[in-house]
Design a protein around this ligand. Structure first.
Ligand code: AMP
Length: 418
């Protein structure tokens, strides 16, 4: 029985159609080129991971558990679709023995991520990230390096007006004392904070600083700033990172309210926005140092830094800023075969493919109709083949721009298309 309704895509996900791909391809290419120029190698990790890998390292975040796509496979394993790449990349770094060779390991990954978020413009349940990670070094020079890669990628994607926000959130030496200060500051104000923030006050006070609730905003300005309370190594690193970013000619603003909610994040945090973006707009890329993650996953303690950039948002900003990428035609050449000439047409196409992309129009349509289709496809040449010509191994080659047409032997066609 025919279905009454065709089956549509799953809520919150979307197709990237051929007409969408040129902009995507441009930014994907920029990502790989910039990463490789800095000596980063590509890694591919699975989309499915054990739920524990994601939840162990994401415990405590409201977001991670709520947004996680989790399922049981036929063997009863509890699995998740990865919501981000870092946990898997760190796992692969150890499992693949990448911790054995020269350090740091410089890795990049491009692929889909999944979050069961409320779908809206710019926020999808399947979205795509560039993930750049330098694992195995605590040097602040690498914090600056990944920031330079993010900036380079966005620039080469045609987004030149950028705003970089930067902060340090200390480490497990200086952060505990700072968090006590922060709690001391907020406790007398508790009754005036949003209900969610009241809960955070004891559990995750750092998150009060990036609260989006209107009623929390007035209290931020007088809150103690962690950059005033860093231990000496963290203060040195903070100064060092900023000097390096200055030297790279990258502008930034210090945003004392930029934080991460998980303990394994340390020191540098940063986010890139399109210049002039309102505070509510989501970042194009976000990253920082996560010296505690490897240990949280059960591996030896290993310092690392990286960022994740969102292709979906980058492509939106590219389109909105008028970045144009000339879309190549589906095929440079279209071979138009008369009825019954499929074998000959396929052979001519094979010859032409040595030098050009070639599609064959096998449809039972008039020559004029095929010519219109080839024109719409953007073909630069058309090769016409009739039942009379095929046995003589000749065809008519038409230059679509000039309209010039000539009889050519099959083997000469490639020269004419060069
Ligand atoms: P995060 O891993 O949350 O720090 O996000 C890093 C980047 O990924 C963000 O700056 C966004 O550009 C992008 N991103 C995160 N979540 C989504 C989503 N649901 N849809 C589209 N892009 C996203």
């Amino acid at each position: 029985m025919p279905r009454s309704e065709p089956i549509k895509a799953v809520r919150g996900v979307r197709d990237l159609l051929p007409r969408d791909r040129p902009l995507w391809r441009a930014t994907e290419r920029a990502a790989a080129e910039v990463a490789m120029r800095f000596g980063y190698q590509e890694i591919v990790t699975p989309i499915i991971e054990h739920v524990e890998l994601i939840e162990r390292v994401g415990e405590d975040t409201d977001a991670v558990s709520k947004e996680l796509y989790r399922f049981e496979d036929r063997g009863g394993r509890k699995l998740a679709l990865r919501p981000e790449a870092t946990a898997g990349v760190v796992r692969a770094y150890f499992e693949g023995g990448l911790n054995q060779g020269p350090q740091p390991l410089r890795l990049y990954l491009v692929g889909p991520m999944f979050r069961y978020d409320r779908p809206q413009k710019g926020r999808y349940r399947q979205f795509y990230q560039l993930d750049v990670e330098a694992i195995g070094s605590a040097s602040p020079a690498l914090d600056a390096e990944v920031i330079e890669i993010a900036a380079g990628w966005l620039h080469e994607s045609g987004i030149s007006a950028l705003a970089l926000q930067l902060n340090s959130i200390g480490d497990d030496v200086c952060r505990p004392a700072y968090l006590e200060r922060l709690k001391d500051y907020y406790r007398p104000l508790k009754g005036r904070l949003h209900a969610d923030s009241q809960l955070r006050l004891e559990r995750n006070p750092l998150r009060l600083l990036d609260s989006k609730f209107a009623q929390d905003q007035p209290f931020k300005v007088d809150a103690p700033r962690i950059t005033d309370h860093l231990c000496e190594p963290c203060a040195d690193a903070w100064a060092h990172v900023r000097r390096l970013i200055d030297a790279a000619g990258i502008e930034y603003v210090h945003n004392p309210y930029l934080v991460r909610g998980l303990d394994y994040y340390t020191r540098t945090v940063f986010e890139f926005y399109p210049a002039g973006a309102s505070g509510q707009q989501d970042a194009l890329a976000a990253g920082g140092r996560y010296d505690g993650l490897a240990e949280a996953e059960g591996w030896p303690s290993t310092p690392a830094v990286g960022f994740a950039g969102g292709f979906d948002r980058v492509v939106d900003v590219m389109a909105a800023s008028g970045v144009e990428v000339i879309a190549a035609a589906a095929a440079d050449v279209v071979v138009l075969a008369d009825g019954g000439q499929e074998i000959a047409a396929a052979e001519v196409a094979r010859i032409c493919r040595r030098v050009r992309s070639v599609a064959v129009d096998y449809e039972a349509k008039s020559l004029a109709a095929k010519m219109r289709s080839a024109n719409k496809l953007g073909a630069r040449w058309v090769v016409m083949l009739s039942a009379e010509e095929a046995p003589r191994r000749v065809a008519r080659l038409r230059d679509m721009a000039s309209g010039e047409q000539a009889e050519v032997s099959w083997d000469e066609v490639p020269e004419r298309l060069a």
